[in-house]
Structure formats: structure tokens, C-alpha cells
Design a binder for this molecule. Structure first.
Ligand code: CMC
Length: 427
């Protein structure tokens, strides 16, 4: 604790402790405010509110810094694997070789889903959005894995966490296969986490599938870039759902539902649709003008961020990865040129400069994912797959936090005051 914050309300002088983290802004501890003053704070969108303490991820939005357990995202994306990052987020330290082998083996052993779960898919229309399927099927996991739903047992919590990380690629691939009318593929445990996902998605039982190492590496890096992002909307949803004691599968289903929105995980799909709509670089000024027009709801998708007021460090890695994937697959996509030009024009436009709007992780991810062969409807599913480790790590941290309480925000009530019921005949 550094100093106390002075606060005066209705002639009453109060002091609140100021808490310091290991890095980042101090926070004023106002837990006693309501009991002492009868007043709440008002903070829609939680722009000035820290809802918890966390040791997982740190973001400095002004400097464009993202650290997982202290390690910069650029270094992790460049030098580690998604399995290592999962271990790091869950356990706090990078694994040594033995720990990594053991962890990867454990995850691999949980990749199959209960055979009966496959029947759930038939209940969905073929044209169902795969995120709709993900919400339903992941929520249904709690009906299959009763032996890992006791949230007070650390062993069960860890098994549920491993199951979720392991089964998410299988379920995501099944959602894709269902939409294209192809048979589901069982996992192949001789492959890496990411290679296995690519095979379950793009392979068919009729012939062997060879994983392209460059695509596998790019996909693995995309998973790393999406693994966690501190208290964003979906993570806060998972924590809030979990704060009532709900089981982990239900909590992650809640996180998936929140992630689906176009202001959050759905932005990668929206960004690519926008690039398609723009079509050629000549039309960019028209769309920039629309984004700046107060009377037009259109926004540049993949631009702007609640926390980053600088270049999103994930977007830097993503832009580099686009070039690698294009080279490995020997493809060229004019949309990438459009995206680069759009970024250049926006970054030199006063509106975007003044509001500190920079490309975020979603701006380039769509271009890579479609080059790999994913339809746009799968983009947010891939985000959910990768973010699952962040959600479960944050959920575990919350359960073991001695300060944890059921999440219960209050409100500024602006509705009618008490009035008497008027019988129907007299209205
Ligand atoms: N295009 C045009 N104007 C924008 C944009 C944009 N993409 N983003 C923000 N603004 C303007 C906005 O109109 C507002 O202007 P004013 O102050 O004149 O009213 C100002 O910038 C601040 O915007 P805000 O909506 O108050 O900021 P926020 O922090 O609540 O919103 C955001 C953050 C990400 C929802 C928003 O920037 C946005 O809608 N971006 C497009 C969607 C997107 O790319 N989302 C992905 C986020 S990164 C992945 C993830 O974490 O899920």
C-alpha cells in the first residue's frame, strides 16, 4: 500500500487505501465505500474498475505491451509453442522438457469426446453458426463429465481444465465438419495439439492427411496470440459465472457466448467481411469517411481497443505471420494489400490518430485464416479454442482467491418510484 485516497461526500471526509500491483496503475480500494457512505460508484463498461487481483497477464495499453506471467507476447509467439504457453498460464512458470512432455501427454489423452456427444450435433441445422454449436456443445460437457465438476476439489478443477483445453479442438473441428457435411474424424494422438486440430478439420477418412509444418506453426502462433488477455468481456463473464459456484463447463460456455459478439471475438469475422466489402484499395477513402461519420454506425472492424491506445502487439506478429503463410502456401490475396493500405491511410488520418485507434489482433487474423482454408464463420471458434486456456486459468485463479465473492454489481436506478397497481379495467 502506498498512500490513502482522500474522499469527501455529504460533508464526510473518508480515506481509502491505495493498492499497488507489481506493475501498472494503482487501485483505490473502495470496498467499504457503500457501508461507510451509502453511495455506490458508477462505472458502465468498467473503464475505471479493477474487478480482481490477477498474476496471469499484464497489458500496458499506452505502450502496446502484453505479458503472460511476465513474458512478452512477441517472445512467446516467436520462441515457444501453444502447449508451453498453456502450461505457463495454468502453472505460473515455463515448463522444463519433462514437465512439457507430461503436460502434452495429459492434454493429448483427453482429446476424445464422449461418443454420445457426437449425437448432439444432429440437433442443429446444417447452416447453424458454429459458435451457436460451440455454446451448446461445450455447455453440454457438464452433463458428461460429472467427475470433474466439484469446484472445491483442486484435482477435479485441474482435470476439468485439461479436458476443456484438450476437447475444444475436437469440438471445433466437429462443428466445422457438420457444417460441410463431412464425417467427424477422431483425434490422432501421434500429432501435435495444433497438427491434430488441422487434421480433424481438413482431413477426411478416405485418405491420409499430411500436416503442412508452416501452417501448423502459424496456427500454433495464432493460438498463442489469443491465449489470454486479462479481464476482457468474455473472461469477466467466465469469472462472473464461476463466482456463483457454477461448474467449469457451464462457465466456459458463458465465455463463448460473450466472445461471439462483433465488438469482441466476432470482430475477426467482421473485419474480413469488411475487407471483402471494400474490395479494392480505391474504395478505402469511402469506408474511412463512413467510419468517421457520427451519423453512420459503421466502424473500421479490427481497429481500436478498450485498452490498447497504441499498436496491438498481437497485430504486429499477426501481420508477419500473414506473409509467412502466404509464402508457405504460395498464395496471394489482394485483400491483404487492401488491409495494408487501409492501415496506412487510417494511421495517417487525424480522426484515428487523435482517438488512438490502431489495428488490433483481429485486423489481420481473418486474412491468414481464410488463406489456410477456414470459412469466416469459423474464425471466432478458433479464438474460443485458443482463449479456453486463459478462461480456465483465470477461473482457477478466481476460485483460489481468498477475496473472491459472488460477483454482484449494483446500479443507478432511474425507473419509476413506488406506485400502486391499477386494475386492468381501470387502465
Ligand atoms: N472505427 C471508427 N471509430 C471508432 C472505432 C472504429 N473501429 N473504434 C472506436 N471508435 C471511436 C468511437 O466512435 C468513439 O468516438 P467518440 O469519442 O467520438 O464517440 C471513440 O473512438 C472511442 O470509442 P469507444 O467505443 O468509446 O471505445 P471502447 O473502448 O468502448 O471500444 C472497441 C473499444 C474495441 C469496442 C471499439 O474500438 C470497436 O468497436 N472496434 C471495432 C471492433 C473490433 O475491432 N473489436 C475487436 C477488439 S480486439 C479483440 C478482442 O479483444 O476481442
Amino acid at each position: 500500500m502506498t498512500e490513502a485516497a482522500q474522499f469527501a461526500l455529504s460533508g464526510k471526509e473518508l480515506e481509502y487505501p491505495v493498492l499497488s500491483g507489481s506493475v501498472g496503475p494503482d487501485v483505490v480500494d473502495i470496498r467499504k465505500l457503500y457501508a461507510q457512505t451509502g453511495a455506490f460508484t458508477y462505472d458502465p463498461g468498467f473503464t475505471s474498475t479493477a474487478s480482481c487481483q490477477s498474476k496471469l497477464t499484464y497489458i500496458d495499453g499506452d505502450e502496446g505491451v502484453l505479458l503472460h506471467r511476465g513474458y512478452p507476447i512477441g517472445e512467446l509467439a516467436e520462441q515457444s509453442t501453444f502447449m508451453e504457453v498453456c502450461y505457463l498460464l495454468l502453472n505460473g512458470e515455463l515448463p522444463d522438457q519433462g514437465e512439457l512432455d507430461h503436460f502434452s501427454h495429459t492434454i493429448t489423452r483427453h482429446t476424445m469426446v464422449h461418443e454420445q456427444l457426437a449425437q448432439f450435433f444432429r440437433g442443429f441445422r446444417r447452416d447453424a453458426h458454429p459458435m451457436a454449436i460451440m455454446c451448446g456443445v461445450v455447455g453440454a460437457l457438464s452433463a458428461f463429465y460429472h467427475d470433474s465438476t466439484d469446484i472445491h476439489d483442486p484435482q477435479q478443477r485441474m482435470i476439468a481444465s485439461h479436458r476443456l483445453i484438450a476437447k475444444m479442438p475436437t469440438i471445433a473441428a466437429m462443428a466445422y465438419k457438420y457444417s460441410v457435411g463431412q464425417p467427424f474424424l477422431y483425434p490422432d494422438n501421434s500429432l501435435s495439439y495444433t497438427g491434430n486440430f488441422l487434421r480433424m478439420t481438413f482431413g477426411v477418412p478416405a485418405e491420409p492427411y499430411e500436416v503442412n509444418p508452416a501452417v501448423e506453426r502459424a496456427m500454433d502462433r495464432i493460438f498463442i496470440l489469443h491465449a489470454d488477455h486479462e479481464q476482457n468481456a468474455s473472461t469477466s463473464t467466465v469469472r462472473l459465472a464461476g463466482s456463483s459456484g457454477a461448474n467449469p463447463f457451464a462457465c466456459i460456455a458463458a465465455g463463448i457466448a460473450c466472445l461471439w459478439g462483433p465488438a469482441h471475438g466476432g470482430a475477426n469475422e467482421a473485419a474480413l467481411n469488411m475487407l471483402h466489402e471494400i474490395g479494392t484499395p480505391e474504395r478505402i477513402p469511402e469506408f474511412i469517411a463512413r467510419a468517421k461519420d457520427k451519423n453512420d454506425p459503421f466502424r473500421l472492424m479490427g481497429f481500436g481497443h478498450r485498452v490498447y491506445k497504441n499498436y496491438d502487439p498481437r497485430a504486429t506478429v499477426m501481420q508477419k505471420t500473414v506473409r509467412e503463410v502466404f509464402e508457405a502456401l504460395n498464395v496471394q490475396d489482394p485483400l491483404f494489400e487492401t488491409a495494408l493500405r487501409l492501415e496506412e491511410l487510417a494511421l495517417n488520418d487525424d480522426y484515428f490518430v487523435e482517438k488512438k485507434l490502431f489495428p488490433n489482433v483481429d485486423f489481420y487474423s481473418g486474412v491468414i485464416l481464410s488463406a489456410i482454408g477456414f470459412p469466416t464463420s469459423m474464425f471466432t471458434v478458433l479464438f474460443a479454442l485458443a482463449r479456453t486456456v486463459g478462461w480456465v486459468a483465470q477461473w482457477n485463479e478466481m476460485i483460489t482467491d481468498p477475496d473472491q465473492k459472488i460477483g454482484r454489481p449494483r446500479q443507478l436506478y432511474t425507473g419509476p418510484t413506488q406506485r400502486s397497481y391499477v386494475p386492468l379495467t381501470q387502465r
